[in-house]
Ligand binder design. Sequence first.
Ligand code: SF4
Length: 371
Amino acid sequence: MAKQGETSYMHPGLNKPGAIPLFDLPTLRASLSDKYDLAPSPEIAAELSHIYDRMSRVVTPADWAIYAPYVKAINALKKERNAVILGHNYMTPEIYHGISDFGGDSLQLAIKATEVEADVIVQCGVHFMAETSKILSPEKTVLMPDMEAGCSLAESITAEGVEEMRRRYPGAPVVTYVNTTAEVKAASDICCTSSNAAQIVAAQDSDTVIMTPDQYLAQNVAKEVPQKNIVWWEGSCIVHEQYSAKDLRDFREWNPGTRLIAHPECPPDVVAEADFSGSTSGIIKYVTDEKPEKALLITECSMASNISDQLPEVDFVGPCNMCPFMKKITLEKVLYALDTMTGQVEVDPSVADKARLSVQRMIDLSHQLGI
Ligand code: SF4
């Protein structure tokens, strides 16, 4: 069992029935090439130039000639399977712009999954996101292109961890970030996202509120909601915890005039140094509204890549951190999953029913609060 303060890296989908075998990419490419013409093709690249236009600032023409045959094959197979692809903001541009029908943060995507007519959902993101889609759309087939795409936050806590927090703080409600497994959501009272966490916590009918599993999101919320005694589990995101306040101060000194924009999964002193902090959708809105001349997004690398073509007036600068879990999703694996219909995500119905309640309570409360 993961204890408070410990982070384990168990990959929840591994060894489950339907998991895609762990091919190395050359083997996977060779196997797909038996059926599809996937050789680099300037002709297909030109044919799909309308798709390339969405990523031309960050993907070279030579790379596009490699990706385009996969994009064409996947988009054709999607129609055949009546499938839609949900692409998280942290996917690489050829996935986010090339094959995704909808882009966004994990909850936006899961809600989108309930609205589409498709039989099959391909989740281009990490495992807990596919579980959330399955919880909200149990009648649909949800495919995960790589079951090893986990998440350090989701893997830092189990349902037993939630019960341990309840024993420590009797009577306190448990507000759980959506970046968790179905079992953890099922053991919680209500979910939250990074964009609604402060309001969800403030609305709880208790002076003490337990937040799991992200210690930094909890500490950032505690500053916004000082009337509550917020206690937290000590999980963290391996991407956002790597930033330090000194990094930001140094960057500002060397690059005056750059707007620093941090995700609330960053430690509180990093958020305090930033000009703005918000969820991925909050970051997109802020940059779109403000259009700063130069912006440093203190979050996962693909975020800036995926919005840069819509915001040509903004110069996205500076270092970023890559999520190794998100980057496990590749065009090859998506094509393989759709072709073979492997990587199907299942959630025990009794767990899914309870987890759905926690997610639905969040959605209902958000509507009630007008957020
Ligand atoms: S960026 Fe962080 S929270 Fe998101 S999937 Fe990667 S490890 Fe998990």
